[in-house]
Design a protein around this ligand. Structure first.
Ligand code: ADP
Ligand code: MG
Length: 157
């Protein structure tokens, strides 16, 4: 299900999320606006993905991404949240985030405890790091989609 949509190219503004305290867990997630989420294929499965991300004209970093259900809309709309595997000096709300989703890890799960959730996310991050070093994923790091001078907002080019 997920694979037929990959690689998936997406660019859009980073907006305020739901204040679920992702940052407090040490895993901040940059949320895309509802408009960008709406542009995703409606049949793309929810779950955990990985790929490459770039804020503004910055460097390209590895990322893990969750496509989940948006609690603001009683879980009938999706949310798309990117955790970039990099330590930033400052928040980047309002900036343009460009991502290429290249792989899928697992479906969404419920966890019995916060510790179990954090452990699962840490495992997702390790899995993403390993996969992204493989040539079939690594090649997208240098894709022309990143660092376009005009920074035009497009979806799935
Ligand atoms: P929100 O609910 O507003 O999304 P989060 O706790 O998920 O709050 O934090 C997300 C914000 O943290 C992002 O919008 C971004 O500005 C900032 N941020 C800092 N470092 C990262 C990172 N490595 N990955 C994603 N977002 C980051
Ligand atoms: Mg977030």
């Amino acid at each position: 299900g997920a694979m037929k949509h990959l690689p998936y190219f997406c660019r859009g503004e980073v907006v305020k999320g739901f204040g679920r305290g992702s940052k407090e867990l040490g895993i901040p997630t940059a949320n895309f606006s509802e408009q960008v989420v709406e542009s995703f294929p409606s049949d793309i499965p929810t779950g955990i993905y990985y790929g490459w991300a770039c804020v503004g004209n910055g460097d390209v970093h590895k990322m893990v991404l969750s496509i989940g259900w948006n609690p603001f809309y009683k879980n009938i709309k999706k949310s798309v949240e990117t955790h970039i595997i990099h330590t930033f000096k400052e928040d980047f709300y309002g900036e343009i985030l460009s991502i290429i989703i290249t792989g899928y890890i697992r479906p969404e799960k419920n966890f019995d405890s916060l510790d179990a959730l954090i452990l699962a996310i840490q495992e997702d991050i390790e899995e993403a790091k390993r996969q992204l070093d493989l040539p079939e994923h690594l090649k997208f790091k240098e894709d022309n989609f990143f660092h376009r001078p005009e920074g035009k907002i497009v979806n799935n080019r």
